[in-house]
Write a protein that binds this ligand. Structure first.
Ligand code: MSP
Length: 504
């Protein structure tokens, strides 16, 4: 098998408040992809981090009576420690206040300035304080922007317009570059209008919490020209060419749909100006909604991941988020929905299958895994379904259909539960013990393969199942389950949540 490289990134999150489920979602998604690719034998690098400069962060610090640096030093670990709680296997965690990043931003500014793609001009325009950017009149009329005021000032601009045609051509020539398809069309639509240049500075007199522009010390660089660069400063651009060339271009950049333009237009034109290859895929997922509105701190409707983990365990949270969202669309978070999916997929289907097989093996075989024996027609159906599952899941994961991949794993588990009902090994045990052993072996082996495939989504629980089955390091090949192994007694994997105690 050819080992390929897989470099995956998440957006770097603003440290204006503690992380919520929306932030956790993108990070878990990146983690699932990273883990899956590691299981496939790929060389994986997974980068995430925090975005620490800019007005929003400065204001959040002021509100708390802290300096921006103190505020960031307090908030950044809340993200990194939440990622630990969530089992995130990132290789690095970048903070934009770190010197390894600020130095690269300055080097890039100088480089692009020297090549003539950054210039200064006086500009009067409508400025959205909430969005931290100048907006067009049309955008202002849309009513979607808060805190809009007229602002006149001298600033530095990046010649984004110079790369307009090249970017359109690139998107047209690379149908898989921006995904899903409707986001690609949205970007092509956006690029049908004239593309202006990008204001990339703020006078220090107005905002000083930023990276100083190397060729004009009265200015700092504007957040996006700083933040986007993390994707290359984090892998050694300008400091370690070997490492940089090993990972760039990035395999997939996961973002929410809210930052589509900044990634597909600002970031890509910056890369063109630097003469660097563009990302292989920019994938924009939808939003987690609460009712009809986006879950966001400013709307005060956020779900805190730690509360959910404390109640239902980390793997249930990871499973729910991955199975409930179809990657291009929005999804609705409701406590009822969470409990419904937990009870049906995890408690009734997955957890119950483990209970049943181990209970019956305990009762009729003294807890010792029986031999497979000779297969009958119904067994072959299960074997076939199990043996092809890995390849089918891989295709779906490579197509970024994580929810569909989970669904076909659960289909196998449901099929095995049904097979058990039809075969009734508890009845067979009374007349034909080897036949009962065969059914139990088949069912347990299918469960084992499902657990191997669920490892990327539920690392702890899947590992626990494999440990219970006595084959922690087993892979996808049929026959990994070892007859003769004694199964331990264990508490239920996913205890059912009774509706009365729903307090998500
Ligand atoms: N700092 C910028 C990104 C810079 S990337 C170079 C930023 N940060 S953010 O804290 O606002 O987080 C943005 C990302 O968090 C979104 O793109 C998305 O991936 C995730 N989400 C935040 N709220 C979300 C939902 N309600 N639903 C799904 N994802 C959401 O923008």
């Amino acid at each position: 098998m050819i080992k390929s490289k897989f470099y995956v990134t998440t957006p770097i999150y603003y440290v204006n408040d503690a992380p919520h489920i929306g932030h956790a979602y993108t990070t878990i998604l990146a983690d699932v992809l990273a883990r899956f690719h590691r299981e496939l034998g790929d060389d994986v690098y997974f980068l995430t981090g925090v975005d620490e400069h800019g007005q929003k962060v400065q204001q959040a610090a002021e509100k708390r009576g802290l300096t921006p640096k103190q505020h960031c030093d307090d908030l950044a670990p809340r993200f990194s420690s939440l990622w630990k709680e969530l089992g995130i296997s990132n290789d690095d965690f970048i903070r934009t206040t770190e010197e390894r990043h600020t130095k690269v931003v300055q080097a890039i500014l100088q480089k692009v300035y020297d090549s003539g793609d950054i210039y200064q001009k006086e500009y009067t325009g409508l400025y959205s304080v909430a969005e931290e950017r100048f907006i067009t009149e049309k955008e202002s009329e849309s009513g979607q922007f808060r805190d809009v005021k007229v602002l006149k000032e001298k600033n530095y601009f990046f010649k984004m317009s110079k790369y307009h045609e090249r970017l359109i051509k690139y998107i047209e020539d690379h149908p898989d570059f921006i995904r899903p398809e409707h986001r690609r069309n949205e970007m092509l639509g956006f690029l049908r209008q004239p593309l202006g240049d990008l204001c990339i500075s703020r006078p220090k007199s107005r905002l000083n919490w930023g990276i100083e522009i190397p060729f004009d010390r009265d200015y700092v660089t504007y957040v996006w020209f700083d933040a986007l660069i993390n994707y290359i400063s984090g892998i050694g651009y300008c400091s370690d060419n070997v490492r940089f060339n090993r990972w760039w271009p990035v395999s997939v950049q996961l973002i929410g749909k809210d930052i589509l333009t900044t990634h597909c237009v600002y970031w890509t034109t910056m890369l063109l100006a630097l003469d660097l290859p563009l990302p292989e895929i920019i994938f924009a997922h939808g939003w987690w909604l609460m009712g009809d509105s986006k879950m966001s701190k400013s709307l005060g409707n956020v779900v805190r991941p730690l509360d959910l983990i404390a109640q239902h365990g980390v793997d249930a949270v990871r499973y729910y988020l991955m199975s409930e969202m179809n990657l291009g669309s929005d999804a609705n978070f409701t406590p009822e929905n969470f409990i419904k999916r937990y009870n049906s997929d995890l408690a009734n289907d997955f957890g119950n299958l483990l209970n049943r097989v181990s209970g019956l093996i305990g009762k009729y075989f003294d807890g010792i895994v029986p031999a497979q024996g000779e297969l009958m027609e119904a067994d072959r159906v299960i074997q076939e379904m199990t043996a092809t599952l890995g390849a089918r899941v891989e295709i779906l994961i490579r197509a970024y259909k994580v929810d569909a991949a989970l669904n076909i794993i659960m289909d196998l588990i449901r099929a095995v539960n049904k097979y058990m009902e039809v075969q009734a090994p508890w009845k067979l045990a009374k007349t034909d013990l080897p036949a009962a052993g065969r059914v139990l072996y088949m069912s347990t082996e299918a469960l084992r393969v499902a657990a191997v495939l669920l490892r990327a989504v539920m690392p702890q629980k899947a590992a626990l199942v494999l440990e219970i089955l006595g084959v922690p390091a087993s892979g996808l090949a049929w026959g990994g389950l070892q007859p003769g192994v004694k199964l331990p007694v264990f508490p239920p994997l996913f205890p059912r949540i009774e509706l009365a105690e729903k307090t998500v």
